[in-house]
Design a protein around this ligand. Structure first.
Ligand code: NDP
Length: 255
């Protein structure tokens, strides 16, 4: 067996929340190329279907399941649909997320709650809903998409609720990893730095100084540069890795 076989996901079922664009879509493509049957679980049904059509060109048949990750009942329905149509879930990528910007005195409770509901509460809910099945099968890998914002305070782009939600994701990752390690389920996280997608208005000239000049590698990431690390953590290549937060930030958090 070649070491490259450890990165294969043939016969596995992988759910990617928010898999219809940005980092989630890049991860969905990587998992499909590695042989997984990928489930795109996001709210925009049309975009989910478009993504599934693209995935089918690079991997096994994929499945779109319209899902609002903030809704526990929707997550349970998603798990049941996937299990019925493809089989039990082997890999869960908790990627769906929303951003928020603003100084703390200008943000309201609605903004705080919206960010927490999508970025943190939903990771808790989806991990429970899918983790229950994984623990029962004594097998599974969960990869949560955190952020470098959960590790440092990246001034002057103030976004306290977002940063707190991502710090919560990192610690939830470690908590679940410890609880579920004896049950054969691994839980890890990625902490990406600035990545060009819709969540980040990265080409706004007023931010370029921070998104490029202040990054040791002097550039931001493309979504496709985040995806291989998700594949690594999803696959047997990382079979002894659990509770880790893998930083992919071009060196931003070094200084
Ligand atoms: P995008 O805005 O490009 O994509 C967000 C995705 O999340 C969409 O597919 C969207 O689909 C989905 N989504 C949002 N809300 C929900 C919901 N309630 N239920 C289901 N799906 C939802 O974001 P990115 O690709 O940039 O970000 C992906 C992840 O990476 C996020 O968790 C983000 O915080 C994190 N991240 C991003 C960084 C960056 O610089 N881009 C840096 C560090 C971390 P739909 O609207 O159809 O539901």
């Amino acid at each position: 067996m070649s070491v490259l076989d450890l990165f294969r996901l043939d016969g596995k079922v992988a759910v990617v929340t928010g898999g219809n664009r940005g980092i989630g879509k890049a991860i969905a493509v990587a998992l499909a190329e590695a042989g997984a049957s990928v489930v795109v679980a996001a709210r925009d049904a049309e975009r989910n279907e478009q993504t599934v059509a693209e995935l089918a060109k690079v991997g096994p048949a994929a499945l779109a399941v319209t899902t609002d990750v903030t809704d526990r009942a929707a997550l349970v329905a998603m798990r049941e649909t996937v299990t019925e149509q493809l089989g039990p879930i082997d890999v869960l990528i908790n990627n769906a997320g929303v951003g928020i910007h603003g100084e703390s005195l200008t943000l309201d409770d609605e903004g705080w709650q919206r960010v927490m509901a999508t970025n943190l509460d939903a990771v808790w809910k989806a991990s429970q809903v899918v983790g229950e099945q994984m623990v029962a099968r004594r097998s599974g890998s969960i990869v949560n998409i955190g952020s470098m914002s959960g590790l440092i305070i990246n001034r002057p782009q103030w976004h306290a609720p977002y940063a707190v939600s991502k710090a919560g994701v990192h610690h939830l990752t470690r908590s679940l990893a410890a609880e579920w390690a004896p049950h054969g389920v691994r839980v890890n996280a990625l902490a990406p730095g600035y990545t060009k997608t819709e969540i980040s208005d990265i080409d706004d000239p007023k931010w370029r100084h921070y998104w490029i000049d202040e990054v040791p590698m002097q550039r931001y990431a493309q979504a496709a540069e985040i995806a291989p690390s998700a594949l690594y953590l999803a696959a047997d290549a990382s079979s002894f890795v659990t509770g880790s937060v893998l930083v992919i930030d071009g060196g931003y958090t070094l200084w």
